[in-house]
Design a protein around this ligand. Structure first.
Ligand SMILES: Nc1ncnc2c1ncn2[C@@H]1O[C@H](COP(=O)(O)OP(=O)(O)O)[C@@H](O)[C@H]1O
Ligand SMILES: [Mg+2]
Length: 368
């Protein structure tokens, strides 16, 4: 495929594509879409698309040898690091640390800086910050560190309970939406003991659910909305994007929940959703590309469920599908992500502090 004419593709870049190569000890099946096998496919497809744009791409895995990872990056001295490092172990919060490390080495980095990545994952902090910024989030948003905390608050049921520091539907299942204190207590206990982290509880909003994709740096644009269509789901399964709905092909939720993109939504509502998404993405320090999950309340007011910094980049799904609905092919989407990386988040001076004597500074410098 030749690069699209309307984009100014700029110079060819040396790109280091970093990813998590940690191997889980348990065997996995190829139908597990969150697994390592799938991640490797994703990384390869991104590398292919970047090469199609004319860039030189080196894959740089990070597993258990941080020093080797740093040496490799220094040797390559890339113009930019394309970040596909994704936590694969429950509760691991290394995404933000890897982003910090790369920036401390002085390389421009695609996607969000460490702060945005952190606030994406520490959902209670992210939500509290949004609330403070005047952006609507579901009522009753609470962080429960102990089962007894359930009695500290008054609840308006139904509420949804999930791990407070996970992503990708982890810990969300058919029992996640509860309508009594007893069921809430039970679910909070399960979350705390299984995931070894506090539970996040929120009022369950039953309105329409949308994903707003965002791409760009200084001038981010909202891509055509996607809507999660729960209408074919039987009544005994709660309408949520659970782990099964996202990844387990053999389940009813996976088979019956559809994502429509572009969503059928009137322009005024779409504009309000887009505006909420951009404000939320900015508030938590997102950059380059993101996806904001939004649900309407009974008055059709968009509420932010979460801001995903560095969401999945897979051709044809999620953000890439929204981009496609806006006329952007996968390589073009990656091009805009690279461009945003060179613009760099504002107020982020480049101060590389780790380069062994004799090797010289990394060649790459942020433009601003
Ligand atoms: N307060 C809520 N009201 C209604 N649905 C919710 C709420 N919170 C989460 N959900 C449902 O659960 C899904 C996953 O929650 P989300 O916060 O986006 O976490 P994840 O990081 O796992 O995607 C959402 O896509 C939505 O379907
Ligand atoms: Mg989500």
């Amino acid at each position: 495929m030749s690069p699209p004419a309307k984009l100014h593709l700029g110079p060819k870049r040396r790109i280091a594509l970093i990813y998590n190569a940690y191997e889980e000890s348990s065997p996995e099946s190829r139908t597990d879409h969150g697994g390592m096998w799938h991640l490797r496919q994703l990384v390869r497809s991104i590398a292919r698309a970047l090469r199609r744009l004319g860039h030189q791409v080196d894959l740089v895995p990070l597993a258990d040898d941080l020093a080797a990872f740093q040496r490799r990056l220094l040797r390559l001295a890339p113009d930019v690091v394309f970040n596909q490092y994704d936590d694969v172990v429950h509760g691991a919060l290394y995404e933000m640390r890897v982003a910090t490390l790369v920036r401390m080495m002085g390389f421009p980095l695609t996607g969000s800086p460490a702060l945005g990545l952190a606030l994406s994952r520490y959902k209670f902090m992210g939500a509290s910050l949004l609330q403070g910024a005047g952006i609507p989030i579901p009522a009753n948003t609470r962080l429960l560190e102990r089962i007894g905390d359930v009695d500290r608050y008054s609840w308006q049921f139904p509420v949804i309970v999930q791990p407070s520091q996970e992503h990708a539907g982890i810990g969300l299942d058919r029992e996640s939406v509860v309508s009594s204190k007893t069921a809430l207590r039970h679910k909070v206990r399960t979350i705390i003991t299984t995931y070894r982290q506090p539970a996040l509880v929120q009022r369950f909003l039953l309105g329409r659910e949308f994903n707003a994709g965002i791409v760009g740096g200084k001038r981010p644009r909202v891509l055509p909305l996607a809507e999660v269509d729960f209408s074919r789901l039987p009544e005994n399964i709660p309408p949520i994007m659970s782990y099964a709905a996202k990844f387990l092909e053999e389940t009813t939720e996976y088979q019956r929940i559809r994502v429509t993109c572009p969503a059928r939504v009137d322009p005024e509502l779409a504009a309000r959703i887009g505006d909420t998404a951009i404000r939320a993405f900015r508030a938590i320090g997102g950059w380059g590309y993101g996806r904001v999950d939004i649900r309407l309340d009974e008055n059709n007011v968009p509420h932010v469920l979460e801001v995903n910094c560095n969401p999945l980049l897979e051709d044809g799904v999620g953000l890439a599908r929204s981009a496609r609905a806006d006329g952007l092919r996968f390589p073009q989407l990656l091009h805009l992500i690279l461009k945003a990386a060179f613009e760099g988040p504002p107020f982020d001076p480049n101060l590389p502090i780790w380069f062994p004597a004799g090797r010289g500074k990394p060649r790459a410098q942020l433009s601003s």
